[in-house]
Design a protein around this ligand. Structure first.
Ligand code: PLP
Length: 416
């Protein structure tokens, strides 16, 4: 047993694996207490967009911390929150007029579900069923687990998870089955469809085409079913555009954003909604208000970081930088594609993924931990999903670091 009282997430302490201590981060590099420089190839679990410790975001946090630490957000407001909401309205699709704050991707999803159910209830047309896509991941709270893939992660809690309608993943050549299943469920008057647009992250970096997303949106619109886009991972440039939904030319009724909202510096999330969702809760009757809050809703320091991130998006050529990284990833994936033991190479914007070895990837396969250690020994933060190895670096990563990542993946392919 370790001396540390810390209980880490998604960590089996009984395996006694080393837990490096990080003391500093800059750009795409992490520096450990024992003097190592680690390349952060997964943006610290998909949150860091521009790079660690972006000077403008750090300065905004320092300035905010000298002014206002925390204030109740029910019935009170502050400049950083107003700046974030205005900034998002200017940056995001115009139909998304309202901004509700929370603290994490999971809570932004819980809020989205509650908004959807509240919308139907307040229209005196109660609907409760949520349509989801197989292999999806939306977070680790009970509601978010309920709408996500069932498996070893949530077996212990299965009796508490609510029932959902699941459409198959639109694998190549099988997209019509997905659309047919969605259409069939839409006839049963569900409340909403929730999807990860274009790529399923924790489900194994599974990519599907923009036209399928556009068709799913169309079917929902045709049947008056709310369309919720969980862009917690895909938002903020990850897939090559500010939102993945843009590539399909669709705008959701409800949008979940978190990870890159503060550039990945501090926790914050928003759930954005269209005017009809807001209007359904707007009345002189307190029973129709939106019943959700957490203590730190719209924390001013976190909002200042998000406002600084939005300013960076306004002022710096982020999409050009993203396009450059997308090209650099595509070149390396192309080179990797010919290596023995590498399967199913794919790139979507700044995200690249392959499967190593043979067979289907299962999260608990022995390969995952072996790969994790292999990469850690080479001073790389890569965290395979089973035998799926993906690279999702901060946008500022330099070529030499990217090369080191791909050399290690090539070496790993030779071992499995
Ligand atoms: C990470 C993630 C979440 C959950 O976000 P947390 O901040 O970890 O709660 C939800 N949806 C998607 C698509 C994610 O990738």
């Amino acid at each position: 047993m370790s001396d540390s009282p810390v209980w880490h997430p998604f960590t089996q302490h009984g395996l006694g694996e080393p837990i490096p201590q990080v003391v500093r981060a800059e750009g795409a590099a992490l520096y450990t207490a024992d003097g190592r420089r680690i390349v952060d190839a997964i943006s610290s679990w998909w949150v860091t967009t521009h790079g660690h410790c972006h000077p403008a975001i750090m300065a905004a946090i320092r300035e905010a911390a000298g002014q206002l630490d925390q204030i109740i957000f029910a019935g009170w407001t502050h400049a950083p929150a107003e700046a974030v909401a205005q900034g998002l309205r200017a940056l995001m699709p115009p139909a998304l007029t309202r901004v509700f704050f929370s603290d994490s991707g999971s809570t932004s999803v819980e809020v989205a579900l509650k908004m959807a159910l509240g919308y139907w209830r307040n229209r005196d047309e109660p609907r409760h069923r949520i349509i989801v896509m197989a292999h999806s991941y939306h977070g680790d709270t009970i509601g978010a687990m309920s709408i996500g893939a069932r498996g070893v992660f949530n077996q212990a809690y299965a009796p508490l998870l609510f029932d959902v309608a699941t459409i198959p993943f639109p694998a190549a050549g099988a997209a019509q089955e997905t659309l047919d299943a969605l259409e069939a469920y839409c006839h049963e008057k569900p409340a909403a469809l929730i999807v990860e647009p274009l790529i399923l992250g924790a489900g194994g970096m599974l990519v599907y085409p923009a036209w399928v997303l556009a068709e799913m949106r169309r079917i929902c619109t045709d049947h008056g079913v709310l369309f919720i886009a969980d862009e917690v991972m895909t938002g903020w440039g990850r897939t090559g555009s500010l939102l993945a939904c843009e590539q399909a030319g669709v705008v959701p009724d409800i949008l979940c954003l978190s990870k890159g909202l503060t550039g990945g510096a501090v926790p914050l999330a928003v759930t954005m909604a269209t005017e009809p969702i807001y209007a359904a809760h707007y009345a002189d009757d307190r029973a129709r208000m939106f019943f959700h809050s957490s203590s730190y809703t719209a924390n001013p320091i976190a909002c200042a970081a998000a406002a600084a991130n939005i300013a960076i998006w306004r002022e710096e050529p982020i999409l050009a930088r993203v396009a450059g990284l997308a090209r650099r990833q595509a070149d390396r994936i192309e080179a990797l594609a010919g290596v023995a033991g590498v399967h199913n190479p794919r790139v979507l914007g700044t995200i690249a993924a392959v499967e190593l070895g043979g067979g289907e990837g299962a999260y608990l396969s022995e390969l995952g931990p072996r790969l994790l250690g292999f990469f850690r020994d080479r001073d790389l933060l890569l965290r395979p999903l089973g035998n799926t190895v993906y690279v999702m670096p901060p946008y500022c990563i330099e070529d030499a670091d990217l090369d080191a990542i791909y050399e290690a993946i090539t070496a790993a392919a030779g071992l499995v």
